[in-house]
Design a binder for this molecule. Structure first.
Ligand SMILES: Cc1cc2nc3c(=O)[nH]c(=O)nc-3n(C[C@H](O)[C@H](O)[C@H](O)COP(=O)(O)O)c2cc1C
Length: 187
């Protein structure tokens, strides 16, 4: 089997630094990783970090020269799409079909019935528990999106509650399990 290909999408959350550790672990374990970032994500981590970790330029701007169809073609390339960390804003945008940036446009052209799309939310507990966010999570799940549920505990804002990004080690284990299962089904 060729190396599994992960379309790793990051949004504007303090948890971007944890996502970088996960990207590094995936690459070290033989996964091909293509990153996509919102402008918000680039407030937390630099393009050089993402390119350095993956060996591939990050995709940010759907109008960037020479990348005119990447908002469609990258979906064909991917075996699994992972939105990690998923901000409240992007989670709610996706649930409403808004394709005004690379992450949103890619989601709209992703074949959810054929390939896995996973979302790992990371946000303040009030943002997470807001009815808009909870409604979006339910809607996305009804479209076959898998939610990697956040954990409860201390948050960057100094408060306690649910919304901490699932530990990168657990996300890595879920990815390994998914591809091991796919390999077994092919045998
Ligand atoms: C220091 C800081 C930390 C933030 N952390 C989060 C976060 O963990 N989760 C979240 O949903 N929003 C967080 N935000 C707010 C988002 O960055 C903001 O809603 C942004 O519009 C998200 O845009 P994007 O989803 O397009 O990247 C944070 C903002 C700042 C300034």
């Amino acid at each position: 089997m060729s190396k599994p290909r992960i379309l790793f999408q990051l949004t504007g959350s303090i948890a971007c630094f944890k996502a970088c550790a996960l990207i590094s672990k995936l690459v070290q374990n033989g996964y091909e990783v293509q990153t996509v970032a919102t402008q918000g994500a680039l407030e937390f981590i630099g393009r050089a970090t993402l390119e350095g970790l993956t060996g591939r330029p990050v995709f940010v701007d759907i109008y960037e020269p020479n990348r005119a169809m990447d908002h469609i073609h990258l979906n064909r390339w991917a075996d699994l799409a992972l939105l990690c960390p998923a901000s409240a804003s992007t989670l709610n945008r996706l649930a409403n079909g808004i394709g005004d940036d690379a992450v949103g446009a890619l989601f709209l052209s992703y074949q959810l019935n054929e390939k896995p799309y996973w979302i790992a939310p990371a946000m303040n507990h009030l943002m997470y528990l807001h009815p808009a966010t909870q409604g979006s999570i339910q809607k996305l799940q009804s479209w076959k999106v898998r939610i990697l549920h956040p954990e409860s505990g201390h948050q960057a804002c100094g408060e306690e509650g649910p919304g901490r990004l699932m530990e990168p080690e657990k996300i890595f284990a879920a990815i390994e399990e998914f591809f091991a299962g796919r390999l077994r089904r092919q045998e």
